[in-house]
Write a protein of this length. Structure first.
Lengths: 733, 154
């Protein structure tokens, strides 16, 4: 990337510098440091100090407060975004803290902080330019303030680590001393961003800014919030999707200890409000509810599977990628290989169940919640409140996991507000049980894929047809993003170009989608559609290599000449793992590669399968090229975590449907992998520059296929239905 | 009834069938101990009782006497000076952090029993779920804490 010269709109920065902190007139906050889960209001730390611009507040003691619009949910974006601002700000990193502006403040300031949406591995790659610009503008204003105070030209001043030096005289001052004056200045009309070669903080493996409070119980998650006078709510919605409450008998529950109210919530749920959550939950357990299960009562996994199987053979399908004439080339092929894979519904299963706290009065509605998209949470709150959006605000709290569940969906906010409306003036904290969370997800969509490949007499791949049948996320969640009825997200990892481009050149290629939408709500689930698509493609390419009698690495490389960055990550893992040498005794290897969320990723798994069919994943070597690597140690953490998420899905992840409802209830029947199952992970971070790729999700794509291909190498057996907990891996090829 | 929590004898006014987790969180304001599954599987609610790891979400307060020492994450140290907290800080172990108090308390119970645990001790003792996927840093953290506990440097 060359130097970025960017125009700075004056409008963006001249809004009142004291706006942060407005809207906290309810006086609900306890002193910070109280040991119950109390939090200071966002912005409280900086209320007393004028901002230099929307992104930066500097206190007289030189503390730097960087405002972060995106949500921290473990992925490290808070620290990475602060690094981007601080790089241009030239501030002392050891003095950096962060805070969240509220979505209401963003609205009132014409979205000065841009999007709050935190998904699609967009946190850094979607905002790097304007947050760096925010840092650069603030730096220029601070230096200008010092120059004006000294009566010297700006050009004679240099800055580093929050210290401004007038070079000819050697005089110095600090950001904290000039911040108030800087806040009075107009921002410069243009700033020049640093060349990546000059970065000092971007690219350094600095420690996270948010670790300390997570080690001693001080971190306040949404579920931990406590407000004065607050009551607690537990809720149960109709387990059958689309069902409603027919009747409930509140009499017994209302007499139970601590219970203050038993209320209907919308059409489909009943909540108990009590002094403590345990009392609310206990009373809810004793509450008889009669459901009208509606039209989906007969939906089952069997009926859904039949629907998807029909789609595999359907004449009509949306075309996501077409090169040459795959059908004709398959007819002409020397050999044809065919396989059908199936991927189940899966739950996000964040460790912190869904929750939100709401306070409603006829004049105002405030919500405190963990959310991946504060602006969407605000819209949900406003809609449920019956008030104008300007009368509402949302205060973002730390997320105990997101994975997509808390981005596009704020059903928990809607419910909390609907309960709070029935108890005006009383803050209500709604916390779902794990069972409610398991049964009312927005699930990883279900699809199947039949792949047909044609080889010529030299074993070259001449044609490939991938027919996907199954559920569209966009049709349910975001129809406005569809293109003439087509959901392009369905093809992630197999598209002709863009962030989710297929990593292979196949002369005759057809990827198409027969959309079949069962009445189970789908959602964006960490990795979205590359999770299954990379299994489909990478396992089938492995099948083709085997059918052609060729080494899986060599077979792939022949197809990757036009995809050098994907080939580079694949080569890197092959080299590190020693692909050219035989593996240790009883160890077997599998490869996978993918481009996802604009990053190139690859993995090689080493596994063993013993004679009782017991799988052990010993080691995974992973490479990622995200273009620019803002914080390499956090990238390593995300790559390691991606294997836990992807392998938990492969080993255990499955929601089955009966009576139109999810059958799984909790972590006993929806397990997640444990430390004892965790392989060693070696991470190669190889940023090649020139683009910004995602970090939090891409590697999930290669986790499962690398292991599945290694299982084939170990057992001669192709597993095409998941999760693996159902599969007997004893070698019976 | 009285509970002995983090070195203090505290009156707890709660129905005796209430799980310890909810007495800690809602009566004593100790919200570091987390609710996640409520069935004793995931480990987010783990506390120490007389040095042993206990899943507080399925253990009613009636199961405890005031002579049993209950230690929560807040009682490990509030200034992150415990070897596990120092190790976790050094290695940036947490991601979202929600499971980490339980993870750390499981590790604390292990280190009390085995000050220099092996990898297989860790596999056997730490059965907490982490959906972000911090396991490899948790493992390194336990080993580092063991070295710190022995007088080693961070």
């Amino acid at each position: 990337m060359g130097k970025d010269t960017v125009d700075v709109s004056r409008r963006e920065f001249v809004f009142g510098s004291t706006l942060i902190g407005a809207g906290f007139s309810l006086g609900l906050y306890l002193p910070t440091g109280a040991r119950a889960g109390t939090v200071p209001p966002a912005g409280a730390a900086t209320d007393a100090f004028p901002e230099v611009n929307a992104w930066v507040v500097i206190k007289p003691d030189d503390t730097v407060v960087i405002r972060i619009a995106r949500s921290e949910m473990g992925q490290g974006t808070l620290t990475g975004l602060a690094q981007l601002v601080a790089e241009e700000l030239e501030c002392d990193w050891s003095k950096v803290t962060t805070e969240y502006p509220t979505p209401g403040q963003n609205r009132a300031r014409d979205r000065v902080w841009g999007s709050f949406s935190t998904g699609g591995s967009q946190g850094i790659r979607g905002s790097h330019a304007y947050v760096r610009k925010g840092g650069a503008v603030a730096r220029e204003m601070l230096v200008e303030a010092a120059a004006e105070a000294w009566g010297v030209p700006r050009a004679e001043c240099a800055v580093a680590d929050s210290v401004i030096t007038h070079q000819p005289s050697g005089r110095t001052t600090s950001y904290g001393k000039v911040a108030a004056a800087a806040s009075e200045l107009f921002p410069p009309e243009q700033v020049t961003l640093k060349d990546p070669g000059d970065w000092k903080l971007i690219g350094r493996p600095v420690k996270r800014l948010d670790t300390a409070d997570k080690l001693n119980g001080k971190q306040v998650f949404g579920a931990d919030l406590k407000l004065p006078g607050m009551l607690n709510a537990a809720i149960r919605a109709c387990p059958t999707f689309g069902g409603r409450v027919r009747h409930f008998d509140a009499a017994k529950a209302e007499r139970m200890p601590g219970v203050r109210a038993v209320v209907r919530v919308g059409d489909d749920a009943v909540a108990v409000v009590a002094e403590t959550w345990w009392q609310a939950k206990s009373a809810l357990d004793a509450l008889p509810i009669e459901w009208d299960r509606g039209t989906n009562a007969g939906v089952s996994s069997a009926s859904i599977n039949a629907l998807l199987d029909e789609g595999l053979d359907a004449d009509e399908a949306f075309i996501g990628n077409q090169q040459g004439d795959a059908r004709a080339a398959l007819q002409a092929a020397d050999r044809v290989v065919e396989a059908t894979y199936a991927y189940p519904y899966q739950n996000h299963a964040t460790m912190e169940p869904m929750n939100a706290t709401a306070l409603w009065t006829p004049e105002r509605c405030e919500v405190w919640c963990p959310t991946q998209n504060g602006e969407a949470a605000l819209e949900a709150a406003a809609q449920a409140s019956g008030l104008a959006i300007a009368q509402c605000d949302v205060h973002k709290l730390h997320l105990g996991g997101g994975f997509g569940r808390r981005g596009a969906f704020h059903d928990f906010v809607t419910q909390a507000v609907l309960i709070a409306r029935q108890l005006p003036g009383t803050p209500i904290k709604l916390l779902w049980t794990r069972e409610e969370d398991m049964q009312h997800g927005h699930y990883h969509p279900i699809t199947r894929c039949r792949l047909t490949g044609g080889l010529d007499d030299q074993g070259n791949l001449t044609a490939l047809h991938a027919r996907i049948s199954g559920q569209s996320i966009l049709a349910a969640v975001n129809p406005g993003w569809m293109q003439n009825g087509m959901d392009t997200f369905v093809f992630q990892g197999m598209l002709p170009d863009g962030d989710h481009e297929i990593s292979y050149s196949v002369p005759n290629l057809l990827v198409d989608h027969a959309m079949r939408n069962p009445p189970v709500p789908p959602g964006f689930w960490r990795g979205v559609n590359v999770n299954q698509n990379a299994i489909y493609l990478e396992c089938f390419v492995d099948e083709l290599a085997h059918a052609a009698g060729q080494d899986p690495l060599a077979f792939r490389r022949k197809l990757m000449r036009d995809h050098p960055k994907s080939q580079a990550v694949l080569d890197a893992v092959a080299e590190r793992v020693g692909w050219d040498e035989p593996p240790p005794a009883n160890i077997h290897r599998g490869l996978a590669v993918c481009k996802a969320f604009a990053a190139h990723v690859a993995a090689c798994a080493e596994v063993s399968v013993d004679d009782r069919g017991r799988l052990e994943i010993h080691r995974i070597v992973a490479a990622t090229d995200p273009g620019y690597a803002v914080n390499p140690q956090q990238i390593e953490a995300q790559v390691e975590g991606s294997f836990v998420f992807g392998l938990s899905a492969l080993l255990y992840g499955e929601c089955t449907i009966k009576g139109g409802a999810v059958q799984q209830q909790n972590f006993d029947d929806y397990p997640s992998m444990l430390i004892s199952e965790m392989p060693k992970v070696e991470v190669i971070v190889m940023p090649s520059g020139g683009f910004w790729g995602g970090i939090g999700e891409p590697t999930i794509a290669v986790a499962a296929p690398a292991v599945l291909n290694a299982i084939f190498a170990a057992t001669g057996r192709r597993v095409r239905q998941f999760p693996l907990k159902h599969v007997d891996l004893r070698a019976t090829a | 009834m009285k509970l002995n929590v983090n070195g203090e004898l505290i009156d707890v006014d709660v129905d005796v069938s209430t799980p310890l987790l909810w007495a800690l969180r809602e009566q004593l304001g100790l919200t570091g101990t987390k609710y996640s599954c409520g069935i004793g599987v995931c480990g987010a609610c783990t506390v120490l009782v007389d040095g042993r790891a206990v899943r507080s979400c399925i253990t009613p307060v009636s199961a405890f006497t005031d002579s049993q020492e209950i230690i929560t994450i807040e009682g490990l140290s509030s200034d992150n000076s415990h070897p596990l907290q120092r190790a976790w800080k050094e290695l940036d172990v947490p991601q979202c952090g929600y499971c980490q108090p339980g993870m750390i308390m499981s590790a604390a119970a292990l280190l009390k029993r085995k000050p220099q645990p092996s990898d297989s001790d860790i596999d056997d003792s730490i059965t907490n779920i982490c959906r972000c996927g911090t396991f490899n840093r948790v493992r390194q953290g336990v080993h580092l804490a063991a070295r710190i506990g022995k007088g080693g440097k961070v």
